[in-house]
Design a protein around this ligand. Sequence first.
Ligand SMILES: C[S@@+](CC[C@H](N)C(=O)[O-])C[C@H]1O[C@@H](n2cnc3c(N)ncnc32)[C@H](O)[C@@H]1O
Length: 203
Amino acid sequence: MHMLKFRMRYWILQGEIWTLEVEGRGYIAHKLIAKSLTEFVREERRTVKVLDIGVGTGLVGVELQKLGFHTIDGLDPSQPMLEKARAKHVYTNLFCQYFTAGPTPGLDKDSYDVIISAGSLIRGHLPTDCFIEAARIVRPGGIICMLTRTEGSGSFNESGYQDQFRTVIKQLEEEKKLEEIKWEQLNYNSSSNGIMMAYRVLQ
Ligand SMILES: C[S@@+](CC[C@H](N)C(=O)[O-])C[C@H]1O[C@@H](n2cnc3c(N)ncnc32)[C@H](O)[C@@H]1O
């Protein structure tokens, strides 16, 4: 019980810190990732089924909806964040879960056309092997598109995180489960760069 209370306080605090970060540091990754996705999705956007991982307060979903995506689910381990996302009325289903390399309870193989994520592919958030599960959930021909911070403390480039991530990707490419579409340097916020990566799921 004590642990549960502690965890809830932690996530409420994280939510407040995140809101300050977004407002104070000119965060734009949510806008840029949504725009990037439109390069890779050729189908009728309204019916494309998207899962936003590390949904946070729902900023990515709002941008996706502006661009014509209407079937959007979200996943985040923080209930307070999810409540803020829910209040934006752009998500169909919201799952309170950690995303890892292992099967996500309730999410079937090939159940989404697209996985999108902004700001979560860093140590302490998504594990470096999470594309194993992303490739399972996205149907063959579907897209995984993520944008993450490459500068500043705890970024994608620090503590061997990127190297470990690339080792897993190389393995998935060798197994013909994924193919790279694009890596591109984009802004993350007003003081840091980020990297946008897009992959097509093959099987
Ligand atoms: C930097 S925030 C980004 C939020 C949102 N994507 C945005 O652009 O505003 C990172 C989010 O990832 C979530 N997160 C952390 N670890 C996670 C995991 N293993 N699986 C899914 N989400 C996770 C956090 O709770 C937080 O909401």
